[in-house]
Design a protein around this ligand. Sequence first.
Ligand code: PRX
Length: 574
Amino acid sequence: MSQLQGEIISADAPLSNLGNYEEAYNNFKWEDVEKEFSWYQTGLINMAYEAIDRHVDLGKGGKIALRYSDASRDEAYTFQQMKDLSNQFTNVLRKHGISKGDRVFVFMPRSPELYVSMFGAIKAGAVVGPLFEAFMETAVKDRLEDSGAVAIVTTPALLGRVKIDELPLLKKIFLVGKDLEPIEGIIDYHAVMEQSSPEAEIEWVNREDGLILHYTSGSTGKPKGVYHVHNAMIQHYYTGKVVLDLKEDDVYWCTADPGWVTGTSYGMFAPWLLGVTNVIRGGRFSPSDWYNTIQSNKITVWYSAPTAFRMLMGAGQDVVEEYDLSSLRHVLSVGEPLNPEVVRWGLKVYGQRIHDTWWMTETGGQLICNYPSMPLKPGSMGKPVPGIQAAIIDDNGKVLPPHRMGNLAIRTPWPSMMRLIWNNAPKYEEYFRIPGWYISGDTAYMDEDGYFWFQGRIDDVINSSGERIGPFEVESKLLEHPAVAEAGVIGKPDPMRGEIIKAFISLMDGYAPSEELKAEIAKFVKEGLSAHAAPREIEFKDKLPKTRSGKIMRRVLKAWELNLPVGDLSTIED
Ligand code: PRX
């Protein structure tokens, strides 16, 4: 059992998979990890084979791969069943002309069919694009259009948000639902699955062939398609082993939706590459439901996010005491800064250290982490994963000494690094503008013991409840509302969500500010883009601060909001 000593919590599991951190870091070679894959011998590469079929070939076909539950379903699937079902979907896709490199999107709530479709598509050599179920029309259309998606798997409830008529390349729509009435041009998923054989040839690919496309937000422009390749499995596997610390008998639960990168890299790939039983809970967050999920599944390893931990903390210790959480042995967090207060609370109430991990959609896998075998400093993201060289550098690429704040940068390359921003080479190159380094866009410092401490973002990207929101996308939607003349969007600090979205708006002539109008504008964004992109606060202004070229100065808005000095205004319009 670990103990709190000053601001260091001692290691709780020296016998974890990583072992001694320094030793592991100093002796590390990626090639040693590669040797653990079947393709190292066979030369036949496909992520889906390594994650699913391989376990069947190793005699573990009867082991539970997926335990899925939500309010109306409670089901378990073995590796053998996942293999057969994904094969069936591979055959369905092939029959409908989908082949290697095609972009196949999945747009639906968590369900066994979601995972089957994704693996089926990967086995066919397609690049999968997962879309979060809360996306509305514009968000869905932007992503399908940019990627040139040819197929989508969705549900009757979400179909209306897919503007089929406006997407000429989108040829195949698979609908997952019970007792569907036939609809012209729409393929009934269950009907075609029933007729499909569970035997399929896997499309063997190259390590550098496309696997997944995750759209994520930057500070300018529409969301970017971050493109990852099969080679990423090396990082997923290794970090699953040493960061998630997964072992044969673990029951693992990652609370993230596969619409976000955590829900794929660590909600499907890492646990299944390690052949571990993966629990997926559908439905919305509620403290009692979450604790019950841990209790009834006897979860041993749990990966979640700061906002969720803060909400659980807000729900109090009494709720915790109604459940038996004694199965837990390893708890992790990602997505936003993890407050030291939450770490201390976790230790007190769960008897567990919450291990912060840092990474991004673009990095494909965890890079800076806390490990069971390493002392933990509450508030620190930890130390680089073996094989990863992280540093704090200035804008010229000079490595800064401990305690100096600067750009958090990673030496290129590493196995799960993004390989492209879809259709946007200049954006991609911006990340690598300093030769030899990937520039994360985060600022941080490193302390004298080599622990990294997150400080903030360099750009205007908003992080609300761990979800990354581009102000530009929200501003663009706001401008479509007839009352809005100008809009500027910032992240406003919030104790529960990290940040909330705040919009400053100037109105068109003829519109008067009112609470009703605020509510109407927020609803407009919610229904057009997505709930998590809708401003929680709106403030009307006669005019917004702009540069002479007409760009809204978000930093001035932020300074207004925080009562800070506005800084250099030499480029302001008037
Ligand atoms: O600002 C950092 C923050 O989330 C950003 C990446 O967001 P996204 O691509 O959506 O990926 C989230 C999950 C991998 C980062 O640039 N972030 C992520 N992890 C942490 C974090 N901020 C502080 N501490 C973390 N552990």
